[in-house]
Ligand binder design. Structure first.
Ligand SMILES: *Cc1c(COP(=O)(O)O)cnc(C)c1O
Length: 394
């Protein structure tokens, strides 16, 4: 049979995470590739999910999500950001942030519409845009003063007559950048002037370091009315396997997204929704402690990678640290990551796979630090084997 996959999805193949995780398992390597924590979320919240199952929350919940979770999300937005979203009509529960992003792009973009994304970008963005038949317009984040940022003129130049939306991920995976108010204001000004919808992926909203503040784009003047704000319990509450996310937006945007969402999945797991409602209400103290622990893990991995010879960029948020591999004598991150299991017994992610212009990211490799301290230490010890190899093994 000829290739059965539709043409617009052919560039996607197997995700790099599947490839690298398989490699980690096959070679017994330490996996600092995929970004999932190796510890569970708050114990009492896990108990709530068990109780929900035992007490009969096992049939379809309402399409927009269980009222308890929509109410908890609404209160959380108000308390943390001063944003008022009505639990009835302005909050929609989704199957993680992933479905929220895909349903939003499918609901709002006509074939041929352009969506601006910052590269390197989270891998599901390009697939969601392709599914919609829309066109991605990448704007490259470049390292300036130790962090990845964009050139506002380049961003403005990416907007054209077919531009429909901009996807904004802050704190940003895979670079660890948290956009400043000035950067967000540049994005907001463009959205207002050129009538763009902002789709914000804020899954790392509570995972920022060094007292860096996460500022939702929707809090900037004129932005609430044109922003679809997306979050998830996965990263905030360390339950990535629960796949429970949500969007907050004005009623017309929520209705549009729900129209698509209802035919993708209709609704999502009732027990998780009830437990996450509890988590958002009662476990933000746990989240604060988790944030502090992650910051220490970031520092631990950064110090280890520096000692092993990498140039390390300091992330202000997320689970990830970017390294420049050139000081070790390597130049191609994909090549290095494919050989890293054999060379050092560690798996990492080549940053170039998140670009439309891979050459711009070829010397970066991403490591995840959302792992137990002894796992991080073990990985770092192994990575010391790399120093001195670079020039000799090509
Ligand atoms: C993990 C992640 C997601 C996916 O979130 P789910 O709730 O698991 O679907 C989306 N965006 C970014 C940037 C992520 O890192």
């Amino acid at each position: 049979m000829s290739e059965p996959l539709v043409e617009r999805m052919r560039e996607f193949g197997t995700t790099v995470f599947a490839t690298m995780t398989k490699l980690a398992v096959e070679t017994g390597s330490i996996n600092l590739g995929q970004g999932f924590p190796d510890t569970d979320g708050p114990e009492r919240m896990l108990e709530r999910a068990v109780e929900a199952i035992r007490s009969g929350a096992n049939q379809y919940p309402p399409g927009p999500g269980v009222p308890e979770l929509r109410q908890a999300v609404s209160e959380h937005r108000k308390e943390w950001y001063g944003l008022a979203y009505d639990a009835d009509g302005e909050v929609l529960v989704t199957v993680g942030a992933t479905e929220a992003i895909t349903a939003t792009v499918l609901a709002l973009c006509e074939p041929g519409d352009e969506v601006i994304v910052f590269e390197p970008y989270y891998d599901s963005y390009s697939a969601a845009i392709a599914l919609a038949g829309a066109v991605r317009k990448p704007v490259t984040l470049r390292v300036d003063d130790g962090r990845f940022t964009f050139d506002p003129a380049e961003l403005a130049a990416a907007v054209g007559p077919r531009s429909r939306a901009i996807l904004v991920n802050s704190p940003h995976n895979p670079t660890g950048t948290v956009f400043t108010r000035a950067e967000l204001e540049a994005i907001a000004a463009l959205c207002r002037e050129r009538d763009l919808i902002a789709i914000t992926d804020e899954v790392y909203e509570h995972l920022t370091f060094d007292d860096v503040e996460h500022i939702p784009l929707a809090t900037l003047p004129g932005m609430r009315e044109r922003t679809v704000m997306i979050s998830s319990a996965g990263k905030t509450l360390s339950v990535t396997g629960w796949k429970t996310g949500w969007i907050c937006a004005p009623p017309s945007l929520v209705r549009a997204v729900q129209t698509v969402k209802q035919f993708l999945t209709f609704t999502s797991g009732a027990p998780w929704q009830l437990a996450v409602a509890y988590g958002l209400r009662e476990e933000m103290g746990w989240v604060a402690a988790q944030r502090a622990a992650l910051e220490a893990k970031r520092d631990r991995l950064m110090a280890g990678l520096e000692a092993a010879g990498f140039d390390v960029l300091r992330p202000a948020g997320t689970y990830f640290v970017q390294t420049d591999i050139r000081p070790l004598g390597f130049s191609d991150g994909l090549d290095l990551c494919l050989r890293l299991p054999e060379l050092a017994g560690v798996v990492a992610i080549p940053t170039q796979v998140f670009y439309d212009h891979p050459a711009r990211g070829s010397h970066f490799v991403r490591f995840a630090f959302c792992k137990k301290d002894d796992v991080i230490d073990d990985a770092v010890t192994r990575l010391h084997r790399l120093s001195g190899l670079g020039g000799k093994i090509t």
